[in-house]
Write a protein that binds this ligand. Structure first.
Ligand code: PLP
Ligand code: LYS
Length: 394
């Protein structure tokens, strides 16, 4: 992980949206050093489990700068959030509203909540990461009236303070217009809440999902390109309803950490199939990067550490797991003299790689190393056989 890159991305967001709260989505990549960095850069942290919160707590991340998300928060998640005193809990289910209120009880300080709204906006992204439309499991529908009903339920709970509304369109969103449309619809709802309850909610959280290009021919969404059109749209929607401009929160995950990450693999073997394909097998795969098999994600890869002799050929880089689908990069040009022992580097692996890694086939998870100014430092050590066995108590 290139530490300077992560810090620069945090600053880019803060500069593009000087009046907004920028909340890093920890699900993209979180460890203690990352939580410290996010705190130092003045960002808020979005956690979605007691586990992510435990990392934040272990570095004393300020509770007033933590949001808790999740469409299925367990009682343990909620208890952890309340006992640490997180700033806001984003409620995502009718029963969660009463559950949080019951946990707060009559004596404790009231808990601030946001309501996660499904705005009915198509982010035009991969269906597995699209959360702005109706037919998926996140949020209270704006269209059906479920969101307005959730507002009534929260307002009826004395232990809860409704701080505002939230929506998240999904991930890898490239269109500014999708965020503008969501902003308009959310302001309509804020105005409807004011008209019904006489209450101008102060906060509007428009989620994350800002696209990152993994390959040269892919489109990203630069915070600077988004900022003016989005904030202008929001301002005119507020003006139209004579609604005071709410405090905006944005929750970038991938856009902060993806490009900082490079994964190194060691070539284990090279095989020619009867059909004429060349498979290069490496010492990792779907256990450190499930994204090709989940979303058909594509990556760039290159030989590092030595100068190849001229000449390339098309190969498929496969992982070491017992699945024919464990392919990291398909049909890519790599040096023809590639051999076992070589190192291959895959770019743009700083988000949703280590955080989605598994122990499949009991292959230990790789370490994470930070680099800065020519120095390297271990952030997460390599998993060992002892780690793999330590929970196995049978
Ligand atoms: C509620 C919420 N906020 C923010 C994010 C961050 O998304 P991304 O990493 O695509 O910016 C996610 C994940 O998609 C999310 O579920
Ligand atoms: N894991 C997904 C993104 C999901 C974001 C979380 N809501 C990816 O790698 O693209």
């Amino acid at each position: 992980m290139d530490e300077r890159d992560v810090r620069q991305r945090c600053r880019d967001f803060r500069r593009a949206f000087p009046d907004a709260e920028i909340a890093y989505a920890g699900k993209a990549f979180l460890c203690r050093a990352m939580a410290r960095l996010i705190a130092e850069e003045g960002l808020t942290l979005d956690v979605c489990s007691a586990g992510e919160l435990a990392v934040a707590r272990s570095v004393r991340f300020p509770a007033e700068r933590i949001l808790m998300h999740g469409n299925g928060k367990t009682p343990e998640d909620l208890r952890a959030a309340l006992s640490y005193g997180v700033s806001r809990i984003v409620v995502d289910c009718p029963s969660e509203i009463t559950r949080v209120a019951a946990l707060v009880g009559g004596d404790g300080p009231a808990q601030q909540v946001l309501i996660r709204v499904t705005p009915g906006v198509d982010g035009r992204t991969h269906p597995a990461v699209a959360t702005g439309g109706e037919d998926q499991e996140f949020g209270f529908s704006l269209t059906s009236g479920a969101a307005a009903e959730a507002v009534r339920r929260v307002l009826a709970q004395p232990g809860l303070v409704l701080a505002g509304l939230h929506c998240h369109l999904g991930s890898q969103i490239t269109r500014v217009a999708a965020y503008q449309q969501a902003a308009r619809r959310m302001v309509d709802l804020l105005a409807a809440v004011r008209d019904e309850h006489g209450l101008a909610l102060p906060r509007l959280d428009l989620g994350g999902g800002f696209a990152v290009p993994y390959l040269r021919d892919q489109q990203g969404l630069d915070p600077l390109a988004l900022a003016v059109p989005l904030i202008t749209e929001l301002g005119s929607a507020c003006d139209a309803h004579r609604f005071p401009m709410p405090r905006v929160t944005l929750e970038p995950g991938r856009a902060i950490s993806a490009r900082a990450g490079v994964t190194l693999y060691r070539v284990l073997g090279i095989k020619h199939t009867a059909t004429g394909r060349v498979f290069v097998t490496v010492n990792g795969g779907m256990s450190d990067n499930p994204r090709p098999s989940l979303y058909g994600a594509r990556y760039s890869i290159r030989l590092v550490g030595r100068r190849p002799v001229p000449g390339h050929r098309s190969v498929t880089v496969a992982g070491r797991h017992c699945e024919a689908g464990d392919v990291l990069v398909e049909d890519v040009q790599l040096p023809a003299d590639l051999r076992p022992g070589d190192l291959l580097a895959i770019a743009c692996t700083g988000a949703y790689h280590h955080s989605m890694a598994s122990d499949y086939n009991l292959v230990p998870r790789p370490p994470v190393v930070a680099v800065r100014g020519g120095e390297s430092r271990l952030l997460i050590r390599r998993e060992t056989e002892a780690d793999l066995l330590c929970r196995d108590v049978g």
